[in-house]
Design a protein around this ligand. Structure first.
Ligand code: ARG
Length: 465
């Protein structure tokens, strides 16, 4: 296709103007360089619209057939990656219409009957986003699959549970990993909710008021496999809730990935040496030959700010807009695309990172046992023996102080020492002083008890299908 300078004839408008737009105005308002991503969906929507126009009696059977052939050709061209978008049009809608005119001639001039770019761009974005959400759900499933495999491989491994990033109570590593699986399962649920509100037909709304052309909107929706038809034309052309909602879901998912990334960075520090990310997901230093840096995790953490920024940008974009369509809305797409691209990259790279992770069991074991991590179990032992918990807490606090002063750990204590603090301690108290015992004493669903974690692992696998 020859490079063309934009001509008035190529624009969708211009009859009422005596002068063409200034170059600066044209460049400032052009969106083709980013909305060309919508081309396959603009073509699909146009096909549905052409069929509705035939049913409305606007197109003859021959005109529809010509448009169908032309749109199919155009779709193949776009899918092949050979389409030339450096053709000077204002936006993707003009690009599709102009290419179609080159292919089929006059019937292309009838295609825009009863349609505005306002309802058209809303439909295009919704169709694009539907596909993107479906792909996102697959990517979350893959990451969860990798986390579940990792948890399954370390089903009995002890891990130091933290609060305030201070040693708190031992947990199973699988339990810790399953916490992220839960976050991601909720994220997937949010994306599914967003999908239902995205898959809505907006065409038939015209520029804002609907159209006098009798378009069968239900039939158009069926054709595009959209379960819903928008209920208000003003809302349909100006609603970008679905964009903001997707970007919120993306920002929250990124936030979850970022928390995990932060933990991976901490775990990789040689002073802890709890985990190691595979070489294929780390980078070196140009200066320090010994370095192995967790850059992928750092980038995921960093890119989270970018997606959150898009969410704030979108909400700010929308907050002052009077009904109905305003050109401001064109600013939604770069944010949407970048949020989606960033999320896709982050999910994919984190899936690889998780698959490459290895742990150092002896380090984890030692860390899980350190810091008197079974102290709470000792207090709960007394509570189960009838000691009010507040008193039991105090007794065990004194035991910990005794250990610190004597340079001992809890498993070093004798029954006599324990009974010196409370007569309620029996011989079985000696068996609960280790990290392993602490974990296995937990009760109830949702806890880190080994049997519960095994069950949670099984159930999470089923919920991730
Ligand atoms: N590029 C525009 C957008 O993204 C398409 C709709 C333009 N409508 C208009 N009346 N200028 O919102």
């Amino acid at each position: 296709m020859a490079k063309r300078k934009p001509q008035a004839a190529q624009r969708m408008w211009g009859g009422r103007f005596s002068r063409p737009p200034a170059q600066a105005a044209e460049e400032f308002s052009r969106s083709l360089h980013f909305d060309s991503r919508l081309a396959p969906f603009d073509i699909a929507g146009s096909l549905g619209h052409a069929r509705a126009l035939r049913r409305a009696g606007v197109l003859s059977a021959g005109e529809l057939a010509a448009l169908e052939v032309g749109l199919a050709k155009l779709a193949r061209l776009v899918v092949s990656g050979k389409a030339d978008f450096a053709t000077g049009e204002e936006d993707v809608h003009s690009w599709v219409e102009n290419r179609l005119r080159e292919l089929v001639g006059e019937p292309a001039d009838k295609l825009h009957t009863g349609r505005s770019r306002n309802d058209q761009v809303a439909l295009d974005a919704r169709l694009w986003l539907r596909a993107e959400i479906e792909a996102t759900l697959g990517r979350i499933r893959a990451l969860n699959g990798a986390l579940l495999d990792l948890a399954g491989r370390h089903a009995t491994q002890l891990f130091p549970g933290h609060t305030h990033f201070q040693p708190a109570q031992p947990v199973l590593l699988a339990h810790h990993l399953l916490a992220y699986v839960e976050m991601l399962l909720r994220d997937a649920g949010r994306f599914r909710g967003a999908l239902a509100r995205t898959a809505v037909l907006t065409t038939g709304s015209g520029a804002l008021a609907g159209t006098s052309i009798p378009l069968d909107r239900r039939a158009m929706a069926r054709e595009l496999e959209l379960p819903a038809v928008s209920a208000n034309s003003l809302d349909a052309v100006s609603d970008r809730d679905f964009v903001a909602e997707f970007v919120f879901c993306a920002a929250l998912t990124m936030t979850h990935l970022s928390r995990f990334a932060e933990e991976l960075i901490i775990w990789s520090h040689p002073a802890l040496g709890w985990a190691e990310i595979g070489d294929e997901y780390c980078t070196g230093s140009s200066l320090m030959p010994q370095k192995k840096n967790p850059d992928m995790a750092e980038l995921v953490r960093g890119k989270t700010g970018r997606v959150t920024g898009h969410l704030v940008g979108l909400l700010t974009l929308l907050k002052g807009l009077p009904l109905a369509y305003n050109r401001d809305l064109q600013e939604d797409k770069e944010a949407l695309f970048d949020a989606a691209d960033t999320l896709r990259g982050s999910l994919e790279v984190m899936t690889g990172v998780v698959g490459s992770l290895s742990f150092r069991p002896e380090r984890l074991e030692a860390a899980a046992a350190a810091g008197f991590s079974a102290a709470t179990d000792l207090a709960e032992y007394l509570a189960l023996a009838g000691v009010p918990f507040r008193q039991a807490h105090h007794v065990v606090g004194r035991i910990v102080r005794h250990c610190i002063e004597g340079g001992k750990d809890l498993p070093d204590l004798t029954l006599e020492e324990l009974r010196g603090f409370s007569p309620k301690f029996g011989p079985d108290a000696l068996r609960i002083l280790t990290a392993k015992a602490s974990v296995s004493r937990k009760r109830g669903p949702g806890s880190t008890a080994p049997a519960e974690v095994r069950k949670a692992l099984r159930e999470a696998r089923a919920r991730n299908r």
